[in-house]
Design a protein around this ligand. Structure first.
Ligand SMILES: [Zn+2]
Length: 316
């Protein structure tokens, strides 16, 4: 199942000022892979544009250059494969551009007849095909350049895929896990979060003395649901406490995260909840660690500004 929706890139055969987007995408993509764009895009015979890119190959004794003729075909909107008729006179075009290779850059797949035709040309010059799947594979690697291109050309499908990945933001210099206090497993991973909980350990005698109008928390723990939680819960119940828990996956929903923090703040301000030092520190730690999945990434300008703010003594 493809992840990136190439239909997000405007059609190449409709003149609306955006018809060259696929070629611009090809240019940015190939530059990301290390090709140098020499010329292009030139309007081709069928409305498709061609680019010339240079690949530098470093050998032991010298660097050689391969000139690639890049043929872009954006057929994602029709969903059809790139066929024989779409790529007429490949050899002539390669020769006319004084190229040593032919690079097909396609937003769909290549048809079998064209595949056979291209294979037959491999003895004459180098051939490389980037079809939908191969382009996608290069863009979904975890690096900043690929991320920036994917975001620009596939804003909808790429962002929804990123959300599904449940990746932490770059809020802290390094990702910090929230560990189960029993087994040490990170409770914030995509797999673990559905079965993770935060548990508030309450002083039941204190509540009784205050007609159950004030809660005093003596501890907070984070645990996997099931045996880890049961062991910790039993430990606190035997000490005369009661426990209340919430699903961590619920608190990781951005709206609920804010709502939940507001509720915690309101209860503290209204005097309904009292925290001892340890649970109060753990509450803050929990809010910080969960925020890695709730807040968006910092931009590079914000990172720089943050560095400046950190130099102001009152800031921390
Ligand atoms: Zn556990």
């Amino acid at each position: 199942m493809p992840i990136l929706d190439f239909k997000e890139i405007p059609r190449a055969n409709v003149t609306n000022g955006e018809q060259d987007t696929f070629e611009l995408f090809a240019r940015d993509f190939l530059e990301m892979l290390g090709f140098e764009v020499e010329t292009g895009p030139d309007r081709g015979q069928d409305g498709g544009r061609d680019l010339i890119v240079i690949e530098k190959r470093t050998g032991i004794l010298a660097t050689t250059q391969v000139r690639w003729l890049v043929s872009c075909k954006h057929k994602a909107h029709s969903g059809q494969s790139v066929n024989d008729a779409d790529e007429a006179d490949i050899s002539d075009r390669v020769r006319a551009h004084n190229a040593n290779g032919f690079l097909g850059f396609y937003s769909t797949i290549i048809s079998s007849p064209l595949g056979r035709k291209i294979s037959a040309l491999k003895s004459n010059f180098e051939i490389m095909i980037f079809d939908q799947e191969r382009i996608e594979a290069q863009l979904l690697v975890n690096n900043e350049a690929a991320d920036s291109i994917a975001r620009r050309y596939f804003p909808l499908s790429y962002n929804s895929w990123k959300l599904e990945q449940n990746e932490p933001s770059n809020l802290f210099d390094q990702y910090e896990p929230l560990r189960c206090e029993r087994c040490g497993k990170d409770l914030l991973t995509k797999e673990a979060m559905q079965l993770s909980l935060i548990c508030f350990v309450e002083d039941v005698d204190f509540a009784e003395k205050h007609d159950y109008e004030i809660c005093k928390y003596e501890n907070i723990y984070f645990a996997c649901k099931g045996s880890c939680d049961e062991i910790l819960e039993t430990y606190y119940i035997q000490k005369g406490f009661i426990t209340k828990w919430e699903d961590i996956s619920d608190i990781m929903i951005p709206n609920h995260y804010l709502y939940w923090i507001m509720a915690v703040m309101n209860r503290i301000r209204d005097g309904e909840d009292i925290y001892s030092d340890i649970p109060y520190e753990k509450l803050k730690q929990f809010i910080l660690l969960v925020s890695q999945f709730v807040v968006k990434n910092r931009t590079s300008e914000q990172t720089e500004r943050l560095r400046q703010l950190a130099e102001i003594p009152e800031y921390l």
